[in-house]
Design a protein around this ligand. Structure first.
Ligand SMILES: Nc1ncnc2c1ncn2[C@@H]1O[C@H](COP(=O)(O)OP(=O)(O)O)[C@@H](O)[C@H]1O
Ligand SMILES: [Mg+2]
Length: 204
């Protein structure tokens, strides 16, 4: 449940006849969020999409929610200020929580730089929150500079750029830590899939 104060007291929760457990049984796997976090260029989107492809081949129900994509719609009104980053992750956490109730293996790719915000999502999603740290060093991300943003940030053209002018708080105890700086992509995918199998999220 969200920690945002409800504005109206006249809203009453309506239970559904079809439960999450029933959807999970139909799907043949649990609903869960794989929450990929890391610096820009760490490999969140690349790895989330590669894991989704593998899960889709295994006939799992999947969906990727990508930071760059939600900022075109759901979060188009938000900037990269600290407050707006908090609200960005709050909204996405709520959406991810709905996807879990739908029984979907949900993969999110957000820098999500603040530990407290990720912990709030963990509180919304519960035991089905799987934090995946894409652990690529800043120097490597900067040398990749996939979108040319580090160059712009160093030139002072982008304010609040994570790792340069805005902090990144690495997870202290993530469920999965992937070495997206040095391991190859398919080894990283194997590591994530192995975790899901070992923890009974998927059974194939
Ligand atoms: N093991 C790996 N996992 C993910 N990406 C990798 C890996 N090794 C190299 N890369 C490269 O790193 C870049 C990561 O970019 P991207 O996925 O857009 O990062 P992010 O979404 O974290 O900003 C891509 O060019 C990708 O090909
Ligand atoms: Mg990305």
């Amino acid at each position: 449940m969200s920690d945002v104060k409800q504005k109206s007291s006249n809203v009453v929760w309506h239970d559904t006849q079809v439960t999450t457990a029933m959807r999970e049984t139909l799907n043949g796997h649990r609903g869960a969020v794989l929450w990929f976090t890391g610096l820009s260029g760490a490999g969140k989107s690349t790895l989330a999409n590669a894991v989704e492809e593998r899960l889709h081949q295994m006939k799992a129900r999947t969906f990727v929610i990508d930071g760059d994509n939600v900022r075109h719609g759901l979060c188009a009104d938000l900037s990269f200020s600290d407050d707006d980053r908090v609200e960005n992750i709050r909204r996405v956490g709520e959406v991810a929580g709905l996807f879990v109730q739908a029984g979907v293996l949900t993969l999110t790719a957000f820098i999500s730089p603040f530990r407290a915000d990720r912990e709030k999502v963990r509180a919304i999603v519960g035991e089905n929150f799987i934090e995946v740290h894409c652990n690529t060093a800043l120097e490597i991300c900067e040398s990749r500079d996939v979108k040319g943003l580090y160059r712009k940030a160093r030139a002072g053209e982008i304010a609040d750029f994570t790792g340069i002018s805005s902090p990144y708080e690495a997870p202290e105890n993530p469920e999965i830590c992937v070495d997206t700086g040095s391991d190859n992509l398919s080894a990283c995918v194997d590591q994530v899939i192995a975790y899901l199998q070992a923890h009974g999220v998927i059974t194939k």
